[in-house]
Design a protein around this ligand. Structure first.
Ligand SMILES: Cc1cc2nc3c(=O)[nH]c(=O)nc-3n(C[C@H](O)[C@H](O)[C@H](O)COP(=O)(O)OP(=O)(O)OC[C@H]3O[C@@H](n4cnc5c(N)ncnc54)[C@H](O)[C@@H]3O)c2cc1C
Length: 239
């Protein structure tokens, strides 16, 4: 999302007020040294929502950043977000500072249809880093509704995180994308997933995404089974 002058962001919030909802922070918790779980509450009635949709927050006068809600419940008005506190931008600072009783405007959920749950596949496999954990939780829950299989491989600083979140996928170290390929090959070989019946959701670090998408194709996965969206790219601000 491009930076805009403060006066313009203020004007947008006034002119497009139907696109914003007030939400408040009800709980915060660091589930690891760099992942913060924040629970929000607000009026979510009438909002369009599907797993994989993102919301945005104005993280300072000039910038908005995208985040993925999970446990999004229009009836109770609650949802949660897992923020990666990477320490390199205003979004990360904003999330780090969030505290109970904070109130803010949220840009309502929206998303690419191509990146939501694909119920024609029996196996659902998420690949990404800390930024995709919320997405993974939503897709896991959705797969559960159909009694479909969910799995994934996550590149993470802290390898206990998937277990803490009850995601139970595999984990690999950061910046070693060939290990992601190896894990996918193992999961195919061991019958954890069936290559031709799997939707692969690839997200997070754009550089890893490009590598993994190419590798999946080399493994014979069809393009229309791969749903990819970069959540951040080194050196770029606020995708
Ligand atoms: C649809 C969508 C959904 C998203 N959902 C989530 C989510 O649920 N949780 C979440 O934490 N993030 C999520 N992201 C990613 C998040 O919006 C970006 O990481 C964003 O860049 C963070 O803003 P920032 O101001 O902290 O850093 P920016 O100012 O945008 O970036 C500054 C620099 O920091 C580096 N950087 C940015 N993000 C990261 C990162 N995660 N790890 C390491 N280095 C980074 C890059 O080199 C970048 O040039 C999502 C993004 C999209 C597009």
């Amino acid at each position: 999302m491009p930076s805009m002058p403060k006066w313009m962001n203020n004007a947008v919030e006034n002119l497009l007020s139907s696109k914003f909802r007030d939400v408040s922070v009800t709980e915060t918790e660091y589930i690891s040294e760099n992942i913060k779980r924040v629970k929000f509450s607000g009026n979510l009635h009438g909002l369009e929502y599907a797993p994989g949709y993102a919301v945005s927050f104005r993280v300072n006068d000039t910038d908005y950043r995208n985040y993925t809600p999970y446990n999004f419940n229009k009836v109770t008005g609650c949802f949660e977000i897992l923020f990666h506190i990477h320490g390199g931008g205003p979004g990360s600072e904003f999330a780090d500072a969030l505290d109970v009783h904070d109130v803010m405007k949220m840009l309502i959920p929206r998303g690419r249809e191509s990146f939501t749950f694909r119920n024609r596949y029996k196996y659902h496999y998420v690949i990404g880093d800390e930024t995709v954990l919320g997405l993974a939780l939503e897709l896991k829950q959705e797969a559960g509704k159909y009694s479909y299989e969910f799995n994934g491989v996550f590149e993470l600083d802290n390898h206990e995180v998937p277990e803490i979140l009850e995601l139970y996928g595999s984990h690999v170290p950061k910046n070693e994308p060939h290990k992601i390929t190896e894990q996918i090959m193992c999961d195919i070989f061991d019958g954890v997933i069936r290559k031709d019946k799997t939707a692969f959701y690839v997200s997070g670090n754009g550089t890893t995404l490009q590598y993994v998408r190419k590798e999946l194709k080399q493994l014979g996965v069809l393009s229309n089974q791969i749903f990819a969206q970069a959540y951040w790219i080194k050196g770029k601000k606020g995708l």
